[in-house]
Design a protein around this ligand. Structure first.
Ligand SMILES: [Zn+2]
Ligand SMILES: [Zn+2]
Length: 343
């Protein structure tokens, strides 16, 4: 079968590999759609995220959906023939964190598309059947692949402990920021600020629930939000950017005793942050690591029409043109929000 392997920064090639054989607890999935994520881009461009570095050729891709072709002897046979959104990270299930509800920070997590585990940019994958979530028929494959980033947005907003009528800001209006904007509004945010460095994403912000969206190149993020909130700052700040600067900005635009949720991945080992600002305001700074138990909610939000993932998918490419898709997203060309690889 065909797969796309990363060999070096900006060098991915279609290769032939063996079709996987599902283990007793696994499902064999014919992959239909894989979304290109900001974290994939770090690997694509630099071969690393912080100290997590690709050493051997690797298949990227972790936002995916497909049809269950067959299952192993111990897996649920009802899954066969169903379209599933797959929760990509498989935790060990045994450690202290897995047993206390924090499986997303399991140290033995096997996460596809992060070294050394191959990801989903291929025709078939065998995965733990317990992490395959059937989706209603009304969801297309590309929409089902969006359940993964939506689960991140749901977890992000849940960590923000948003209260009805709250004010909030989102720094970074890429797909994750635009999903977070929608979920934040559903959770009760009243006035939502949003920034990005690209005009077309600022415009997208206004379409997806941001009340006051502006370009952070043209207007100073901190001054603008403090001016608009009469110096108070916002209750909750979500950092959804792929940047080293936004965490520091988040601390500055949060109100005293406010909360910052840092979800975006800068790709660096350390980012600068004005810690004295955070201390004087007694901020709660909450990092977000992917998601935990959020797939059912994410599916329900899309199936019920309350969250629009479809309009975020602006580009589709076949597997053979995966590199083009990554270049497009890497260069933010052609108004791209989410690009997906469909087969
Ligand atoms: Zn992702
Ligand atoms: Zn574990």
């Amino acid at each position: 079968m065909k797969a796309v392997k990363w060999f070096a920064p900006r060098d991915m090639r279609v290769v032939e590999i063996d079709e996987p054989e599902p283990q007793p607890h696994e499902a064999l999935i014919r992959i239909e759609s894989v979304g290109v994520c900001g974290s994939d881009l770090h690997y694509y461009e630099e071969g690393r995220i912080g100290h997590s570095r690709i050493t051997d050729p690797l298949i990227l891709g972790h936002e995916y959906a497909g049809i269950v072709e067959r299952v192993g002897a111990e897996a649920d046979p009802e899954l066969v023939g169903k379209r599933v959104a797959v929760e990509p990270g498989i935790p060990c299930g045994k450690c202290e964190w897995c047993r206390t509800g924090h499986y997303n920070v399991c140290r033995d997590m096997s996460f596809p598309g992060g070294p050394p585990h191959d990801g989903a940019l291929r025709e078939y994958i065998a995965v733990h059947a317990g992490f395959c979530y059937p989706v209603p028929d009304i969801l297309s494959a590309a929409e089902a692949a969006m359940i993964e980033p939506l689960a991140v947005a749901v977890h992000t907003v849940e960590l923000g402990q948003v209260k009805p009528g709250a004010t909030a800001a989102i720094l970074g209006l890429g797909p994750l920021g635009l999903l977070t904007a929608q979920v934040a509004k559903l959770a009760g945010v009243h006035t939502l600020y949003g920034t990005d460095l690209l005009d077309y994403r600022v415009d997208a912000g206004t379409r997806f629930g941001v009340d006051c969206a502006f370009n952070a190149v043209k207007e100073d993020t901190v001054k603008t939000i403090l001016r608009e909130t009469k110096g108070r700052g916002v209750d909750v700040v979500f950092d959804t950017a792929r940047s080293s600067e936004t965490a520091g900005l988040a601390l500055q635009v949060a109100r005293p005793a406010g909360r910052c949720v840092l979800t975006g991945i800068s790709g660096e080992e350390s980012d600068p942050m004005p810690v004295s600002v955070a201390r004087r305001k007694e901020l709660t700074v909450q990092w977000c690591r992917r998601f935990r138990f959020n797939f059912p909610t994410a599916i329900e939000l899309v199936a019920s029409g309350r969250i629009d993932v479809r309009s975020l998918i602006t580009h589709s490419f076949p597997l053979e043109r995966t590199c083009e898709a990554f270049e497009l997203v890497s260069n933010s060309s052609d108004g791209v929000l989410k690009a997906s690889i469909d087969q």
